[in-house]
Design a protein around this ligand. Structure first.
Ligand code: C5P
Length: 237
């Protein structure tokens, strides 16, 4: 079968995209939905984080687009399970799931993610996750750039205050510091940067459904999203 055929087959695979800012709860619900449907999960942020980690380890200049594109093309990563947890994220065969969640790697990820040629180099790698029986893709540009033909596009959001509170509680659970007012300011600044960057800005796809999770429990968000999914796909097959 030629490459075109494979792409045509992929387009037929039911796909739900979940985009939104950090703290909107998209990572949590994307994972839960993939588990419930027994579909594949693409955590696209993890891919940018893996590239960030590889770049830090090489001592690469995080603004050197040519070097980072080469690194992106050669990136040897694996997600052995359909719905991986952090234990199963591998870089050159090494389990780095916890390492990629650090603040340093997150910062490196957001720098390399701002380079257009790097995003382009990672496109096919992300599209390869689209396999039967279905895919839940979590990120910032899943519905706008990576899977513009997805059957259902969700844009998950929450107020800045709610997202700062969630982050504050997360940091507290990990025994880490951070004041609420600092977090509020940082999140507002990052929102501004993400929404206004030149390449793949964080904006809802025109045909997406926006769900505001402010004040909602994970169960309530799940119930709402599963309703949209059941309305869009034939889940009996
Ligand atoms: O979602 P997560 O925090 O793991 O993403 C890490 C970084 O990768 C973010 O700072 C974000 O800017 C970037 N990213 C992106 N496009 C995506 C997913 C993540 O630019 N689809």
């Amino acid at each position: 079968m030629g490459g075109g055929g494979v792409e045509t087959d992929r387009a037929a695979v039911p796909t739900v995209t979940i985009d939104g800012p950090s703290g909107s709860g998209k990572g949590t619900v994307a994972r839960l939905i993939a588990r419930r449907l027994d579909w594949h999960l693409l955590d696209s942020g993890a891919i940018y984080r893996l590239l960030g980690l590889a770049a830090l380890r090489q001592g690469a200049d995080l603004a050197d687009e040519a070097v980072l594109v080469d690194l992106a093309r050669d990136l040897n990563v694996a997600f052995p399970a359909r719905v991986q947890d952090d234990q199963q994220v591998l870089l050159d065969g090494e389990a780095v799931g916890q390492l990629i969640r650090t603040e340093d790697v997150g910062n490196a990820a957001s720098k390399v993610a701002a380079l257009p040629a790097v995003r382009e180099a990672l496109l096919q790698r992300q599209r390869d996750f689209r396999k039967p029986p279905g895919l839940v893709a979590d990120g910032r540009d899943m519905g706008t750039v990576v899977f513009p033909d997805a059957g259902l596009k969700i844009f998950l959001t929450a107020s800045v205050e709610e997202r700062a509170h969630r982050r504050y509680n997360q940091l507290k659970d990990q025994g880490l510091g951070g004041t609420l007012s600092d977090l509020l300011r940082e999140i507002a600044e990052r929102d501004e940067r993400d929404a206004n960057r030149a390449v793949a800005p964080l904006v809802p796809a025109p045909d997406s459904v926006t769900v505001d999770t402010t004040g909602l429990s994970v169960e309530a968000v799940m119930a709402e999203l599963m309703e949209h999914i059941a309305g869009r796909f034939d889940l009996q097959q």
